[in-house]
Design a protein around this ligand. Structure first.
Ligand code: TEU
Ligand code: CA
Length: 552
């Protein structure tokens, strides 16, 4: 029997490298996380999800796993991980690990063996293909980090497939031994107390084994929702998730709401939730050759219609995972809101519309104090995606100018989320006594946990209230959902209803005052459940990023 604890929960994502460094080597670690559990308890979250902490060469910050059974010494020891889990559990906080199941590091034992010959016991653990007649790659697929998705291996005299860096070879899920090996790892961590999984690019595990060319060379359009994906996920569920009662949230980049309803319908026994990318693309030009670097103004009509479609499709047929930020996303207030004059207002406005929806909200470290994008110059960035894409789009394909690329990087680079957590005004923002592995945002003297909590406009306290509501109010988990003013370009307004209780969630997502008359929606008395301006406006208007929830 599954215990669906996560339906009432709020989950906090920790990016271990950048959260808290306990031993002054400039890198966050497990003991650092443990020392901050009281902070997370105070915030009120029910679970933490840790980005990968397994042994890894860190080509992609741990999303290149060398050994799934071993904690990277940079983060601590296995014993320290077990102690962290135990401490978290004592405090009533569950622990979710990140499982990278689509690929491993090229330094993993399996790959080291696999590349030796075509006949060894691991030869079929990865996806190997012969070269074409002129030595060319088996097809024209591209890698997410730029260039071909195939790399030639001298020893084995074959190409291997990698959707990400060449140091991240894709596992061959067609091989039952690979699937069994993954179940074994999951059971090992379950035994250590882990409560669930965030499954990295899980919709990529099944490949089209005919390997047809993509319409556009070196693109990534054929990477998702392969022919055996549902079958593999169902098998995973029957072997691990259901018998061991582990929560799952899968990363599902190309899934639309209709696809998701297949992935998370409890009757189908696959996943509990998925992370969609759809609503995060509202500031991206569609089908542009420069992909994530082709930006436009955020389209909030689209944001509303996408989120509403997911609310509708998954109602009674699964469950939503709600997020605006994670380790791959820039800070939402820098991207869509206003990270200077209306930092508090925009942070709380986006939080209000997200946490008011049906689903499980995910908070990314620093989001709860309104951390902003970094003020980096090109040399300060570290991310392999950015570097690979710079080489590919700017230098080789020349489809985007350096200036436009840098402008996009300033908005959406993954590194903006990865800057060290800003705890206080002391050196390196209280993150570490040593120079951090990635530069601290220079605004840490104004924006940090201590300062936020002392402020009369505390984002942390606003999040505390949202989390309390989630725990207390059934209307949030069970209530119906109805979008109002669907075509309004600036306002996000919706209604939740459960029995005789009705809530109106209202937010102005822009920095200009908007006309809005509550009495058009509500007859009679109402009361405020939450609001981000001290005094509600008496005139029929919403001030910049004004947001509230009212009950009537
Ligand atoms: O991300 C998968 C993913 O789809 C994004 O990295 C995407 O390629 C990028 O945002 C471009 O749109 C997951 C992890 O979250 C990420 O950190 C890893 O780099 C990636 O998988 C490979 O493991
Ligand atoms: Ca450390």
């Amino acid at each position: 029997m599954r215990n669906n604890w996560w339906k009432k929960a709020v989950i906090y994502q920790v990016y271990p490298k950048s959260f808290c460094d306990s031993n002054a080597d400039g890198i966050g670690d497990l003991n650092g996380i443990k020392s901050k559990l009281p902070y997370l308890k105070e915030l009120g979250v029910d679970a933490i999800w840790l980005s990968p902490i397994y042994l890894s060469p860190q080509v992609d910050n741990g999303y290149d796993v060398q050994d799934y059974y071993k904690i990277d010494p940079m983060f601590g020891t296995n014993e320290e991980m077990y102690a962290l889990i135990e401490r978290a559990h004592e405090m009533g906080i569950k622990v979710i690990m990140d499982f990278v199941a689509n690929h491993t590091s090229d330094q993993a034992y399996w790959f080291q063996e696999s590349r030796k010959s075509r006949t060894n016991p691991y030869s079929d653990y990865y996806i190997w293909r012969d070269a074409g007649p002129n030595g060319e790659a088996p097809n024209n697929w591209g890698s997410n980090f730029g260039g071909s998705a195939w790399t030639w291996d001298e020893t084995r005299q074959q190409y291997y497939l990698h959707y990400y860096a060449s140091e991240q070879p894709d596992l061959n899920w067609e091989n039952p031994k690979v699937r069994q090996a993954i179940y074994d790892v999951m059971k090992f961590w379950k035994e250590k107390g882990v409560d669930g999984w965030r499954l990295d690019v899980i919709t990529s595990i099944s490949k089209d084994t005919n390997f047809p060319d993509n319409p556009q060379p070196l693109t990534t359009s054929n990477q998702q929702n392969g022919p055996r994906m549902h079958e593999f996920l169902h098998e995973l569920n029957k072997n691990v998730f259901t018998p061991y009662d582990m929560m799952t949230v899968g990363e599902a980049p190309a899934s639309k709401a209709a696809d998701a309803s297949l992935l998370v319908d409890p009757k189908r026994e696959e996943l509990d939730m998925v992370f969609t990318f759809e609503h995060m693309h509202i500031d991206r030009k569609e089908n542009d050759i420069n992909g994530r670097w082709a930006l436009q103004k955020p389209n909030f009509v689209e944001l509303k219609s996408t989120l509403s479609e997911w609310q509708k499709q998954l109602r009674d047929r699964g469950w939503n995972a709600l997020y605006f930020e994670n380790h791959d996303r820039a800070r939402v207030i820098s991207r869509w809101g206003n990270d200077t004059k209306y930092r508090y207002e925009s942070a709380t406005a986006f939080a209000t519309v997200l946490h008011g929806l049906q689903g499980t909200p995910f908070i990314y470290q620093g989001e709860e104090i309104g951390m902003t994008n970094a003020d980096y110059s090109l040399a300060d960035y570290d991310d392999i995606e950015l570097k690979g894409n710079y080489q590919f789009f700017v230098k080789e394909q020349k489809t985007i100018s350096e200036a436009d690329f840098l402008k996009a990087v300033g908005k959406v680079s993954r590194d903006h989320a990865r800057t060290p957590m800003q705890w206080n005004v002391s050196k390196n923002a209280g993150f570490s006594e040593a120079t951090p592995w990635l530069k601290v945002n220079s605004n840490y003297k104004e924006i940090n946990v201590d300062a936020d909590r002392l402020s009369t406009k505390s984002i942390f306290k606003y999040y505390q209230k949202l989390i309390q509501l989630r725990h207390r109010e059934e209307i949030l988990t069970k209530g119906s959902y109805e979008l109002l003013l669907a075509d309004h370009p600036s306002l996000f307004v919706y209604r939740r209803k459960l029995k005789d209780k009705t809530w109106l969630v209202v937010a102005n997502l822009t920095d200009t005052t908007q006309t809005f008359n509550v009495s058009e929606f509500i007859k009679g008395d109402y009361k405020f459940i939450l609001k981000n301006y001290a005094k509600p406006e008496s005139s029929p208007a919403l001030r910049p990023f004004e947001a509230y929830i009212i009950e009537y």
